[in-house]
Design a protein around this ligand. Structure first.
Ligand code: 5AD
Ligand code: SF4
Length: 439
């Protein structure tokens, strides 16, 4: 018997990449590949890359450098770069890293088997086109194997917003939504395989507008239909833009029990001048009003956001407006970034804030956001929440899961199984997780 070929995928960046990596593994699975979790001994290595900040691309080249020896050990090894660095750099990658055999952009994953075959025949295979077809339709039908209780489901890709700092509209292309019925079918399929919690993904997920069975559906309508799927207990979506938060979607946060009380809604800055320079299309006040309406609909909503420190020409006073906005909203979770200049974006043409100032602002952002995150966790102590258990914890008898608000929760008790959705009372807050007792 010949040994199956081994596939190693390393995923960088966002949840969309995690989802794409799963789909690629399934597609190559149909070609006789089994997935391994080490690069050593693999016959195909795919680095599924992210281009959002500068060091992300550098990490990929660094990783390639570390893999240099592997080809000498295994002459059959082919190395592919997928994801946004592949899309943005294309043939550049082959010039800079001749060990690479395949370069495949995010819109061409359904052609992976064909590209891999070309690479095996000694060609350098590149595909960074934006085809018209729905790549997910062509990716392998999911085998009906069981899987964990929580899953991602991509419903939308690309972005038309053109924030001045961001490469996504260039690497992922224009906004495209998948037809609603395909999304519903994929969701039912996931539920049959044991999934109870689905996070809808899109670069701009709340701009979703897919064809449904009675016309065009927005994200709210899609969520309302998904909430009717028996066995599907929890829904979330990410990432959203404040401008696309429409009345129906805000109302859905109040109407749909299955829509979890957690929302990632990036604001980036609290200064109106910087928001304008970023081309965000809203003011700080617009954002605050939106948060108020969301909290009216769902009072226990936990909010999360992205912030960029030291955007070009940001003054100290403008940075402090960001800190003020954070204090006003009180976020349960936050992702903080120092501005990183991306070639080809409008902001890259503008004068940068000095590096030391950027570092200092990032640090101050982190201190404030970490303290709010801790406070939000502390605030859960004594409360009842739902937890979806995923796997055994490190201690004997311990189980870990995710709360309705996406906190990691540990419970030590008999009779818990993966996939159980239980009510618990939170007893303590640790650094990055909560402890709780079953009710
Ligand atoms: N520099 C710093 N942060 C960035 N992000 C996107 N582009 C840049 C950049 N050039 C951040 C934004 C976005 C998150 C995914 O990454 O905050 O919401
Ligand atoms: Fe990038 Fe702005 Fe689009 Fe988000 S909304 S993906 S930050 S351009």
């Amino acid at each position: 018997m010949t040994e199956p070929k081994k596939l190693f995928i390393k995923t960088y960046g966002c949840q969309m990449n995690v989802y794409d990596s799963e789909r690629m593994a399934e597609t190559m699975g149909a070609q006789g590949y089994v997935q391994t979790d080490t690069a050593e001994g693999a016959d195909l290595i795919l680095l599924n890359t992210c281009h959002i900040r500068e060091r992300a691309a550098e990490k990929v080249y660094h990783e390639l450098g570390r893999m240099r020896g592997l080809k000498a050990e295994n002459p059959n090894l082919k190395i592919g770069i997928t994801g946004c660095v592949a899309q943005a750099e294309g043939a550049e990658i082959l010039a800079r890293a001749p060990m690479v055999d395949l370069v495949v952009g995010p819109q061409a994953y359904h052609r992976l088997p064909e590209l891999e075959a070309r690479a095996r025949s000694g060609e350098k295979a590149i595909d960074t086109d934006f085809p018209e077809e729905d790549k997910f339709e062509h990716l392998a039908e999911r085998p009906k194997a069981k899987r964990g209780p929580a899953a991602f489901l991509t419903v939308q890709e690309g972005c038309d917003k053109f924030c001045a700092f961001c490469v996504v509209p260039y690497t992922r292309g224009a906004e495209v939504s998948r037809p609603a019925e395909r999304v519903l079918k994929e969701a039912r399929d996931l539920v049959e395989r044991g999934v109870r919690d689905i996070t809808l993904l899109g670069q701009n997920v709340n701009a979703y507008h897919g064809v449904g069975f009675d016309g065009d559906w927005g994200l709210a309508r899609l969520l309302r239909e998904l909430a009717k799927v028996d066995g599907l207990e929890r829904l979330r979506y990410t990432t959203s833009h404040p401008r696309d938060m429409d009345d129906d979607l805000i109302a859905a946060h109040g109407d749909l029990d299955k829509l979890m009380p957690y929302l990632h809604l990036p604001v980036q800055s609290g200064s109106d001048r910087i928001l304008k320079r970023m081309n965000r299309g809203h003011t700080a006040e617009d954002y605050l009003r939106l948060i108020e309406r969301l909290r009216d609909a769902r009072p226990d909503l936990l909010l999360s956001s992205d912030f960029i420190a030291a955007f070009p020409e940001e003054t100290e006073a403008e940075f402090e407006e960001t800190l003020d906005l954070i204090r006003t909203v009180n976020f349960g979770m936050a992702y903080t970034f120092k501005y990183s200049s991306r070639p080809g974006t409008p902001a890259a043409e503008r004068p940068d804030v000095a590096d030391e100032i950027g570092d200092d602002r990032l640090r101050r952002l982190q201190i404030l956001c970490t303290s709010q995150q801790r406070a939000a966790q502390e605030n859960m102590v004594g409360k009842e929440v739902g937890v979806l258990f995923e796997k055994p914890g490190r201690q004997p008898g311990q189980f870990v899961g995710k709360s309705d608000h996406l906190h990691a929760v540990h419970v030590t008790a008999e009779g818990i199984a993966p996939g159980d959705l239980r009510r618990v009372r939170v007893t303590a807050s640790g650094t990055n997780s909560l402890a709780a007792d079953l009710l």
